[in-house]
Design a protein around this ligand. Structure first.
Ligand SMILES: Nc1ncnc2c1ncn2[C@@H]1O[C@H](COP(=O)(O)OP(=O)(O)OP(=O)(O)O)[C@@H](O)[C@H]1O
Length: 258
């Protein structure tokens, strides 16, 4: 029998009160592939990612990791599955109270119970992997530039050599050149690990660089999916409007007129 895809979402629904945010999301990511989900603000990208991470419980549907539905697992089974995930949060989400190396090593020490000395060595090696010298390890995150903080976030995401990595707006707040440096690092690190990834972004330059496939979410549904080369000839007016950043088109922004 052929192996199931690494990550599969089947008909995932989630509402908050009367507001339906996910209205039947279907996605499938084969092992070793990178999927980028694009879509406007408030379309449900974060809710989708949080559902896979177990931070939000969908109302209906299935989320399968390696063919197993994580929504019906016990807490301890689910916790075990989550140890195979890495995550780069929007804004890097570093703890200012800890030195950089300890931020990188956090999951190794807290999650895996690794000895501090060994975890520190791995953290320094991962910092080097993302182009930061060992002396950065002893600084506080608040002493770093935004680009350096993203690198530290990336080092933390790859520290435990996860099979699956999620990137939430990995280039937000960076200048275009630093954004490209981070995109290159993401591609290299993911390739080193052979990881399967889902990223969410508004940044088309980033999507084109890091995606094998791109999916567009609109009003809680995947309205288009294809390879990154197909996106320029999708034949879909919503996709065209989004990738060209036009105010005019089928996507109407909910903006109150003055
Ligand atoms: N915990 C929650 N309780 C109530 N509503 C929520 C909750 N989380 C998200 N929402 C609502 O769900 C909708 C989708 O939010 P989500 O954060 O997924 O958007 P997004 O596509 O990630 O947007 P952005 O690109 O701006 O981050 C929004 O209208 C938001 O207000």
């Amino acid at each position: 029998m052929s192996k199931p895809d690494k990550i599969v979402l089947k008909d995932v629904h989630k509402s908050f009160g009367p507001k339906a945010v996910l209205k039947g999301v279907n996605l499938s990511v084969p092992a070793g592939q990178s999927l980028v989900v694009i879509g406007g603000s408030g379309t449900g990208k974060s809710v989708m990612l949080k559902s896979v991470l177990g931070l939000i419980k969908p109302d209906a549907g299935e989320i399968m990791i390696d063919g197993e539905n994580v929504l019906t697992m016990s807490r301890s089974e689910r916790r075990e599955v989550m140890t195979r995930f890495g995550m780069l949060f929007q804004g890097a989400a570093l703890f200012d109270s800890l030195p950089v190396w300890e931020n990188v090593a956090f999951g190794l020490i807290q999650g895996k119970g690794m000895d501090r000395k060994e975890a520190q060595e791995i953290a320094i090696e991962k910092l080097r992997r993302v182009g930061l010298s060992p002396d950065v390890g002893s600084l506080s995150p608040s002493e770093l530039s935004g680009g350096m903080q993203k690198r530290v976030g990336l080092a933390r995401a790859i520290a435990a050599e996860p099979e699956i990595i999620f990137f939430d707006e990995p280039t937000t707040g960076l200048d275009p050149i630093m954004a490209d440096v981070i995109n290159d690092l993401i591609v290299e690190c993911v390739k080193d690990l052979g990881a399967t990834t889902i990223s969410i972004t508004h940044d088309m330059a980033s999507a084109r660089k890091i995606a094998d496939r791109i999916a567009m979410i609109y009003h809680g549904e995947i309205i288009w999916e294809g390879t990154r080369d197909e996106i320029d000839r999708s034949g879909n007016d919503y996709v065209d409007q989004f990738i060209h950043g036009r105010a005019q088109g089928p996507i109407q922004m909910e903006v109150l007129k003055p």
